[in-house]
Design a protein around this ligand. Structure first.
Ligand code: G3H
Ligand code: 13P
Ligand code: ZN
Length: 311
């Protein structure tokens, strides 16, 4: 099976009350850890590449590694551009074999976002590629986006309807309480997802797939492990996984997870070097790191996304 788009995946996920995991990939071990978990659980997958990942690992290397994962696993896998900042990067990924792109026009005003997103949709659809847009700003830090908590606003469902109709996007990321990065909320806070906004969107656009960014939950045991083995991460929390599970049962069909993979991999490598200070062969510390990614992804598939057995 070649790389697929997300059309079929999202239709089944919407109807089945589950979500597909969209995991960020930067190198071979991350791709292998994710895809080995998905293969064992027979789960569909979205592997997503940010501008930073393309800069770090190179477009062709990442594309070929993902193609290798398709051959090895036989799973339906979509290759997606995460947070495309402009038309040119979307075009480059569409021309370069991606099956899905995100155009993130959330930094523009409503009508400029519509204009840019529509332009990408026209080019993508003419080439058999699907498009994710974004409406509403999430708090947190990405490569090209740094939004303070004060600036983040929940997405307005009436605007979602107009945006989707005018642009023709295939899915839409909305701001309903999640935020990017490993430093999301302070311990003691009680972060929640605005399920009421999600339900209002669902009422206005039945069957339309919604995307959640910033969906890492920052499991405390990994932050503790990192700090126990010489790290210095502030104590922060994310949205509880039970909240994400509720969203996955509704119109949310794609859930983006990056930071939790970073935490799992870093905790494993820090622990490894503390316990084996004599090791210097990268395979010695990257094998357990790959296993840590695999365990984290298996947990997300079974306990958060609910997409096991759905490939
Ligand atoms: O939301 C952004 C992702 O976590 C990608 O992060 O831009 O550092 O690769 P990155
Ligand atoms: P996290 O930082 O919560 O993992 O979010 C990742 C993301 O939204 C990628 O687009
Ligand atoms: Zn994101």
């Amino acid at each position: 099976m070649p790389l697929v788009t997300t059309t079929e995946m999202f239709k089944k996920a919407y109807e089945g009350g589950y979500a597909i995991g969209a995991f960020n990939v930067n190198n071979m071990e991350i791709i292998q850890g994710i895809t080995e978990a998905a293969q064992e659980l027979n789960a569909p997958l979205i592997l997503q590449v940010s501008a930073g990942a393309r800069k770090y690992a190179n477009h062709t290397y990442l594309t070929k590694l993902v193609e290798a994962a398709v051959i090895e696993t036989g799973l339906p896998i979509a290759l997606h551009l995460d947070h495309g900042a402009d038309f040119d990067i979307c075009k480059s990924c569409i021309d370069g074999g991606f099956t899905s792109v995100m155009i993130d026009g959330s930094k523009y005003d409503f009508y400029d976002n519509i204009e840019l997103t529509k332009k990408v949709v026209e080019y993508a659809h003419a080439n058999g590629v699907v498009v994710e847009g974004e409406l509403g700003k999430l708090a947190g830090i990405e490569d090209d986006v740094n939004v303070s908590a004060e600036d983040s606003a929940y997405t307005n469902p009436a605007e979602v309807e107009e945006f989707v109709t005018k642009t023709g996007v295939d899915s839409l990321a909305i701001a309903i309480g999640t935020s990017h990065g490993a430093y999301k909320f302070k311990p003691g806070q009680d972060p929640k997802i605005r399920i009421d906004i999600l339900e209002e969107v669902e009422k206005r656009l039945p069957g339309f797939p919604i995307v959640l960014h910033g969906a890492s939950s920052v499991p405390q045991e990994f932050v503790k492990l990192i700090n126990q083995y010489g790290g210095n991460m502030p104590n922060a929390i994310g949205i509880p996984e039970s909240e994400l599970r509720k969203a996955a049962e509704k119109a949310v069909c794609k859930i983006n997870i990056d930071s939790d993979l970073r935490l799992a991999m870093t905790a494993s490598i820090r622990q490894h070097f503390t316990e084996h200070p004599d090791h210097f062969d990268p395979r010695q510390y990257l094998s357990p790191a790959r296993d840590a990614i695999k365990a984290m992804v298996a947990h997300k598939i079974k306990d958060v996304l609910g997409c096991d057995g759905k490939a």
